[in-house]
Design a protein around this ligand. Structure first.
Ligand code: NDP
Length: 257
């Protein structure tokens, strides 16, 4: 697998924490001698910490470019892709991971701005990134080549009360992923989705608007997945032979079955 990933350029959104951060580390550990990583998120300081950790662990064989980016802003997204330094321009793998949930409330009570931020990030942001990167993929021979790995959620398959907007946003990711895969059937562009169940990250802190005690209570009495559990799957699907499409993966902790 390491051999197949060597020489690749991987762009990850939401790489400043949780699953995205672990995906960056897992790619670096798996292909430590010749890999380029473009790490994006809004918190540039956190991206620099991830870049430093990668350098400490694997040295300079992995070239890392941290870039501050809000995926919900199409102008920023297009600007990032247009301004990529030569060394990082040939993106091979896009991991659309940036996403969030805001609040736990029945549909009539959900704040308008929370509805907006969930859809703007989880759906529009993912579409912005995909539209910006696809021309790079399509410029390659035989109709194009590259990997798009979208991080969906078990919530997109099994909606729950109190999470209607988040669930709807992840169901939209699922529909977009499936349709795009069909549109690109005549190319070597793989469109894949990894759907986590409960994973312990800053996700719950964001959901409860920064209230750590409420966030921690979510994990009481159960054993959630770690971000590394998801990262291993993401790197696995990217590392398959080009002809193998691991289209759709659902991964959850045993208590959630
Ligand atoms: P985290 O909160 O730890 O990470 C979310 C990441 O998304 C952060 O790096 C954050 O960076 C980034 N992000 C949020 N909004 C934006 C934005 N507008 N532009 C760019 N980046 C943004 O949570 P997770 O790691 O758990 O979440 C990662 C993905 O996994 C999400 O898509 C989430 O829906 C999905 N998921 C998580 C589950 C869980 O239980 N944790 C379960 C199922 C799916 P920054 O704030 O620096 O911009």
């Amino acid at each position: 697998m390491a051999q197949r990933l060597q020489g690749k350029t991987v762009l990850i959104t939401g790489a400043s924490s949780g699953i995205g951060r672990s995906v960056a580390l897992e790619f670096a550990r798996t292909a430590p001698t010749d890999l380029r990583l473009v790490l994006t998120a809004r918190r540039a300081d956190r991206l620099r910490e991830v870049a430093a950790q990668i350098r400490d662990e694997v040295g300079d064989g992995v070239r890392v470019l941290p870039v501050e980016l809000d995926v919900s802003d199409p102008v920023q997204v297009r600007g990032l892709v247009a301004a990529l330094p030569e060394e990082f321009r040939g993106v091979d793998v896009l991991v659309n991971n940036a996403g969030l949930v805001k609040g736990v409330a029945r549909a009539p009570e959900i704040a308008e701005e929370d509805v907006s931020v969930m859809f703007q990030t989880n759906v529009t942001g993912l579409i912005n990134m995909t539209q910006a990167i696809l021309p790079i993929f399509k410029a390659r021979p035989d109709g194009g080549a590259g990997d798009i790995i979208n991080i969906g959620s078990i919530a997109g398959r099994e909606p729950y009360a109190g999470g209607s907007i988040y669930c709807a946003s992840k169901a939209a990711v699922r529909a977009f992923t499936d349709a795009l895969r069909k549109e690109l059937i005549d190319t070597r562009i793989r469109v894949m989705e990894v759907d986590p169940g409960q994973v312990e990250t800053e996700f719950s802190v964001v959901r409860f608007y920064g209230d750590k005690s409420k966030a921690d209570a979510v994990y009481a009495g159960c054993e959630p997945l770690t971000p590394e559990d998801i990262a291993e799957v993401v790197v696995f699907v990217a590392g398959r032979r080009q002809n193998v499409v691991v289209a759709d993966t659902l991964i959850f902790p045993s208590h959630q079955a």
